[in-house]
Design a protein around this ligand. Structure first.
Ligand SMILES: [Cu+2]
Length: 119
């Protein structure tokens, strides 16, 4: 009986272990930002793409939502949001890092009039 249990545990371990280790298991997250224009879009996408574990970042200026594809083993949603706030933008309910925000061109700051982008 003991042996049967042991074998079962081993089989379960192999099954779950393989499922968890599937290569290329990418995750996707949508994060709302305070981007204003194409320069913001580029800035945010670049900083995200250059960070560890991110394979793709695409910001949609219509709804200011950036869609990030990432490797969950190398990064996580909180880190991604932190990168955005450190770039000077809000990320979901996280406020931007004020000093980073103040360094942005005035047209990119949050109180700027909407500009440069046509729907
Ligand atoms: Cu901008």
């Amino acid at each position: 009986m003991k042996q049967v249990t042991l074998v079962l545990v081993l089989i379960l371990g192999v099954v779950f272990g393989t499922a968890a280790n599937k290569p290329g298991k990418e995750k996707e997250v949508k994060i709302k930002t305070s981007a204003q224009c194409d320069m913001c879009k580029e800035r945010i996408e670049k900083n995200l793409t250059l960070s560890k574990g991110v394979t793709e970042a695409i910001l949609n200026l219509d709804d200011k939502v950036v869609t990030v594809k990432y490797n969950p083993k190398r990064t996580d949603e909180d880190k991604l949001r932190k990168i955005i706030t450190e770039t000077g933008y809000d990320a979901d309910n996280l406020m931007c890092v004020q000093s980073a925000h103040d360094k942005l061109p005035s047209c990119c700051q949050k109180d700027a009039e909407p500009h440069g982008h046509k729907n």
